[in-house]
Ligand binder design. Structure first.
Ligand code: AP5
Ligand code: MG
Length: 198
């Protein structure tokens, strides 16, 4: 399997780029944000818990997220691979992911970090908020999401740097330009894998 993590602050383009990666490489897209929004829409117990946190721009507790992801990962066995979008968001989640993948003899192959400045993030998310219907796309909540990203989520970067799978990707420019940068990084991993097999 090819296991990719797409990483970056709110509005950095994780969802947009994931769609293109899925098309190009035939991977399964796992977005914890989308899974939570679906639970909220269906009014499930998990959705009720998630809403309390999401509406404030805070993270949903690790045990809730890890439980949800564990169930999802099981359904992805035997596929070409996965792209994780919005997970892991804490070092605890990164450690849990490592253990889950290790059970199958797998690991994260590459983490692509989309780098975008705050002003651009805010501009993108306020614009999306005009039509998205997302309860967290408003000025105050956007500011809180960016703060939480910086304080709680960025330590995940060092975790993966330590494993040698971290890649920084400039997240500004056109969607296609950014995707081309992502492809270069992903293809390098695939190439390395092929040369190892030979
Ligand atoms: P989540 O759904 O993951 O949201 P997020 O990280 O805040 O990111 P977004 O989905 O808003 O942005 P994105 O990076 O996907 O960018 P997009 O492609 O949409 O999480 C939501 C909440 O759920 C969290 O706050 C938390 O409460 C909870 N949650 C989720 N996962 C969790 C976890 N693991 N642990 C705990 N809690 C969790 O692009 C943004 C906009 O920009 C779009 O309008 C797009 O069209 C536009 N755009 C994209 N690319 C470009 C470009 N190149 N130029 C101009 N505009 C662009
Ligand atoms: Mg998203």
């Amino acid at each position: 399997m090819l296991n990719i993590v797409i990483f970056g602050p709110p509005g950095s383009g994780k969802g947009t780029q994931s769609k293109k990666v899925v098309e190009a490489y035939g991977l399964e897209h796992i977005s914890t944000g989308e899974m939570l929004r679906s639970e909220m829409k269906n009014g499930t117990a998990l959705g009720v818990i998630a809403k309390k946190h999401i509406d404030k721009g805070h993270l949903v507790p690790d045990h809730v997220i890890v439980g949800m992801l564990t169930r999802k990962l099981k359904t992805c066995r035997g596929t070409k691979g996965i792209i994780l979008d919005g997970f892991p968001r804490t070092v605890n989640q990164a450690e849990a992911l490592d253990q889950l993948l290790a059970q199958y003899g797998d690991q994260v192959d590459i983490l692509l970090n989309l780098e975008v400045e705050d002003e651009e993030l805010i501009k993108r998310l306020l614009k999306r908020g005009e039509t998205s219907g997302r309860t967290d796309d408003n000025g105050n909540t956007i500011a809180e999401r960016i703060l939480v990203y910086k304080q709680v989520t960025t330590p995940v970067i060092d975790f993966y740097k330590g494993k040698g799978v971290y890649r920084s990707v400039k997240g500004t420019g056109s969607v296609d330009e950014i995707f081309a940068r992502m492809q270069t990084a992903i293809d390098a991993v695939l190439h390395e894998r092929m040369t190892k097999v030979k």
